[in-house]
Design a protein around this ligand. Sequence first.
Ligand code: GLC
Length: 721
Amino acid sequence: MNDSQLTSLVKDMTLHEKVGQLVQLATPFFKGASDKGQITGPMQEMGLSHEDIENTGSVLGASGAKETIAIQRKHLEDNRLGIPLLFMSDIVHGFRTIFPVPLAIGCSWDLDLAEKSAALAAKEAAVSGGHVTFAPMVDLSREPRWGRGMESTGEDTYLNSGFARSFVRGFQGDLQQDAYKVASCVKHFAAYGAPEGGRDYNTVDMSEWMLRESYLPAYKAALDEGCEMVMTAFNILNGIPSTGNKWLMRNLLRDEWNFDGVLISDWGAVKELLPHGVAQDEKEAALKTLRAGVDIEMMTSYYFKYTSELVEEGLLEESTIDEAVLRILRLKNKLGLFENPYREADETDEKTFILAPEHRNVARELAAKSVVLLKNEQALPLNNNNNIALVGPFANNTDILGPWSWGGSAEDTITLDTGMKHRLNTDHLLIAEGSGIETGTEQQLQEALQTASRADVIVAALGEHSDMSGEAGSRADIRLPEIQLELLKQLKSLGKPVIAVLFNGRPLDVREVIEHADAVLEAWYPGTEGGNAVADILFGDVNPSGKLSMSFPHSVGQVPVYYNQFNTGRPKDAPDAQIRFVSQYLDIPNEALFPFGYGLSYSTYHYSEMSLSTDHITPDEKLTVKVNVTNTSETSGEETVQLYIRDLVGDVVRPLKELKDFKKVTLKPGETTTVEFTIEESQLRYYHADLDYKSDAGEFEVFVGPNSRDIQSRKFKLGNV
Ligand code: GLC
């Protein structure tokens, strides 16, 4: 259909039919759903009539060609104007083939492979009848207590923005040209990753300056890449719930950023204006969110209940409804649903593409690239002629898909013991659980110690179960559960090399793990191929190259701790710093235990002195930074060379350093390559006190290195100084 046809379709619709397009309900409300059609209980609870359902515009969570075709077919029979449904669901890091959680993908620093993973997820979703994915989640987070950090790519604005673009390209591509794509929906707008205390859904309060400088750019990057939808966040932002926040949704998103796509509330977030205490009643909640420009209300029915009244009472213009409906119909049109409401749903293609070898291979490759080697004192890689004890609650545990992997399943998942068995003959592999994740028995412990005592080397597979992170998964104590730390200590007391492999959804306080293990691999939730990927790393088939995209704190008392902090007026490491009256803790360091960008390899790399093409540029000139990187080991490897910049004097305080570029280089033993970066004025811009976004003439420092801590620097000037 063309736009004038869509506009006239809106004109043909009754107000109730229009409002129906603004509502999204979960699958069971729809006839044809696998659970034999509509559920009357919740329908009555929500005050929904059958006519409401027949006019509803989109479905949450349906999947499978058979189910989505059945629902769509029934809906088209019942819907007076034959307006097709949109099918939306959370395909965040895979549909049925589950890729590593996004925080793990963030540690791969591999934007291309991230895009590939999203494209494969979109393919599996599209043939299963999906139209929209609620991803990418780009909430910047400096909060390891928060459970949903695993769903983001970490703490850095530049890296998160790169991944946001990659995920949108992978999921969505060009919806009207490319096959097997789904529309993407960037979330959660905005700054959901900064809740006070790291407690999910809690208050977010920050200056507009900090919001624009650090938290907003990744959403904007997704939208600049063409992302079709935005989802509101549960949290308040500066006193107003995002879902009813007119400044955020109208002034910024729609007017300043010119976003004319579809804005959907998070689950029940319209209703939550009531407990937030900014709506007197349901009707006011509906009014505030409609005025804020929220097009689709997810899983509540206030738009159905109150929009007619609001229009009749003159509190709401029907034109506001018409605009929202048109945006939704345009998205349906972009997806080709008016011409083909079943799109690419196809049971034969499902069998061809879902969990296809290529998909598994990419999942395995990306999982291995996402693993971060935090410590290695000559313990890795393993020698497969040794007797190896694999001990711990994750030795044989399919709970390695992570949150938001609802399409994945245990039977598809390669556990660590299976992955290791693919590499070892089984009489060399001795397995014992040793403890549960949070509980354990003396018998378990003794059996594990007995097993481990017969091995040459011990692999301790430890971690958090997946509901210890994810939504509503905040933890105040971010260490491994005590029972696992005790297991590790006991294993170490056997006097053999111990390698700890961590399966978890947040940066942990790993001090005790580092103390008792000779090597530590952060494996996150590596997904369907996790066991194979970790085994590939353990035995050296893959040389670890992951680099942390979120700092590991020394202790939770330090949180939030992140690499691009400000210097303060009393930096403790200033040359003239006093002993006492400086910004410090009396009991722990200021710095993270493992900083942003950190990750070891089986290779070692030497960085030459960096050089600049000049130490002074005008705003229209560029300077080149060069550094030679040599692989000084006997093992080929991939290194991520990072470039940071510090603006030494600003209109507002400027971070000690900010990631501005990175390059991944693969080096054979002894090989040297010259890595070049270009710096130009646009990379030096920032939000001033008056929120102008521009650069200043002045002096800068540029850093190059393997992480945000072990770096060398040079100075240069911009402009007439
Ligand atoms: C959840 C999440 C959101 C998800 C939505 C639909 O509460 O906050 O990320 O997309 O509901 O499942």
